[in-house]
Write a protein that binds this ligand. Structure first.
Ligand SMILES: [Zn+2]
Length: 97
């Protein structure tokens, strides 16, 4: 009986130790999200993953190429986070009109 009681107390202590850890994790997640959105604001583009920024889709033979269909030959793509920012901004613009 005494052993059981001791175990229960220890579990309760560990449980209460987990709560501040969760708060720190949540804070880190928020900081990461803010930092990521700031990155998307300052550097909205990343190299296109299909053509690695060249804007060209090379032919399998010869020297031919065509515009990369994924980025329309620009070689860059808008970050997903920037899409979110643009969306939020369009909502804000609509609300202020
Ligand atoms: Zn591309």
């Amino acid at each position: 009986m005494l052993h059981l009681a001791a175990t229960a107390t220890r579990t309760a202590t560990t449980h209460s130790h987990h709560l501040p850890g969760l708060g720190v994790l949540l804070l880190l997640a928020v900081l990461w999200a803010v930092g990521y959105l700031a990155l998307c604001w300052i550097w909205p583009f990343v190299n296109c993953r299909r053509c690695t920024g060249s804007g060209k889709s090379r032919a399998l033979v010869g020297r031919g190429f065509r515009h990369c269909p994924r980025c329309d030959g620009t070689g860059h793509q808008l970050r997903p986070g920037r899409h979110v920012l643009n969306h939020l901004r369009s909502i804000h613009h609509r609300a202020s009109k």
